[in-house]
Ligand binder design. Sequence first.
Ligand code: CA
Ligand code: CA
Length: 644
Amino acid sequence: MKSRNLWSVIGAVALLGVLLLIFIPGSKQPAPAAEPAQPLKPQQEHKAKHFTMQSDIHATHQLNRLDAKAHLHKMLSNESLRNAGQIRLYTQNEQKTHKHFQQVRWYNLKQNKMVDIQGQLPKLSKDDKKLISHHFQIAQQKLKQGEAYDSPKFVAAGQPYFVVAEPSKDRKFGAAALVNQAVLHEVSNHQKRNLRLIPYPKEGKFKVESVHADTLSDITVKTGHDNEKASHFYENEIVVSFQQDPTKEQLLDISKEISCETPRKLGYAYVFRSKEMDYQQLRSYFEKNWETKYTEPHYMYLTNDRIPQTMSNTGSLPEQANAQVNIPNDLLFSQYQWNLPVIETNRGWDLSRGSEDVIIAVVDTGADLTHTDLAGQLVDGYNIVDKEKKPLDDVGHGTHVAGIIGALVNNGEGVAGVSWYNKIMPVKALDSSGSGTTYAVAEGIIWATDHGAKVINMSLGNYADSQFLHDAVKYAYDRDVVLVAASGNDNTERPGYPAAYPEVLAVAATDSNQKRAEYSNYGDYIDVAAPGTNIASTFPGNQYAALSGTSMASPHAAAMAGLIRSLNPNLTNQEVMDVMTSQTVDLGDKGKDKYFGHGQIDIFRALQAASTPEVPLQMWPGRTLLNLEQELRKLTRPQTIDGE
Ligand SMILES: [Ca+2]
Ligand SMILES: [Ca+2]
């Protein structure tokens, strides 16, 4: 546990910071712990990321057990389930939507009867069967004594499993389940990629080239750290914005000359894919032959999440969660969702729980459209990756982000979202590898804007500044959309996009100790910080997982923007952003700093400010100036792009 040493060092530095502050005379309130002056070195960062990932896996494991037990209790407390036929029917139905419950046993303990229902079990060896049967036997013995059972984690058919058993309240009945935990592998793979612990994307796929984000010179990505400097793009594609759009005939000429299929157009710009030419050749072709506004590579965007750590130190609600605070009954809330009370979400619910008129789009990997804890929360979305299909999540990232924003609150199941009633619009712009192109992300932003989104969450990024993407961001901004994005997980000061665009609210991540998350990118462009480490949320297949990353921080802020817009629909997008940044809790160095921006978001304070009927100007310093800037921008920009 070398990483523990690391944490104790960080803890000691933080403690020293607190001590120093205490000795300053006249300091009125306990100041937050000072941030270590230097971000972690690559090696330390790597260790810290691994620690975070392990703790996410551990937390996910615990979430699974808790959830499995809740399902057994629900089954046992259902009075209508008392004969074998009913029990079989009920369980088989559950197994359709909860495939990880691969075997369930129901016991009538007084009459010594048992019903065994098998779901989609893999091919099991003799030894596997013996092991499983062994755990079911112990479970039955425990149930007879009126006790519950929790098996250790074990491996069967190459996959992780556990067996849990619970007696009914009157101890007359009992139920046990064999639960498949393949989700742990998913979380692990997911987080290795999202925390950039492995080079990404894998070489060979997509004909992707990696270049230095500033110089565009070639770069070889061998380790996850190399991603910090690298931007990935399609080597045989180019984005072109023309001074004057070419005619159909001219487009045909271009297609012939560069050997490309029909180009795609979005807003101002075209994307050409050549069968023969690489990016450099394409660029010289367009610069020589056409009047262009800009040409640039067709960049790829990656998700910005990571995996969580043990929640042992976050097991209870902070003290401010007093009796008046709304404590929802969602199963995993009290033990795992440190992230909601810490930003005063529960107090905020007294002022606004959101409105279904305010739609929050999630431009991501899609969403699990049948997750029971998202039922009714999603509106129709869009699949840019495969337009014939619904925006189904084949990665897990988008489902997790959607759950943070709006998992059903107070339904006795799973997790609670930040918002109760705001609708979520899943827009799938990232494919099954968790990456997408400038074109797809830009199209997602424009589609969401044209289809009524008032807030857009973008838990994704790239280090290259793309005018094409920036155009799409401006398109949404000019149509009064609040844009929120994750800063990135490389512990670097290099600005990432779309987060660093001025129209976008950039969100850094904090952990449960109110410290900057070790992976969180930083810089002058950071607007606010929000919880990002070990965040419990929904995962495909009616499961729950704990993940970490600025991807998890961003949706907290996006949901908050949704609550503000629900409470006061008269505020412009810029005014919403001003409320969010001015009503923060300052962390780290006094005032705005590059790690936390204006500070950590505070939902209660922001909603209070937003509900004031006549908002005093001083509440939003710079508001007038910003409005003026907005007006000026409108005057100086000839036109805005039109989505197609
Ligand atoms: Ca719930
Ligand atoms: Ca600060």
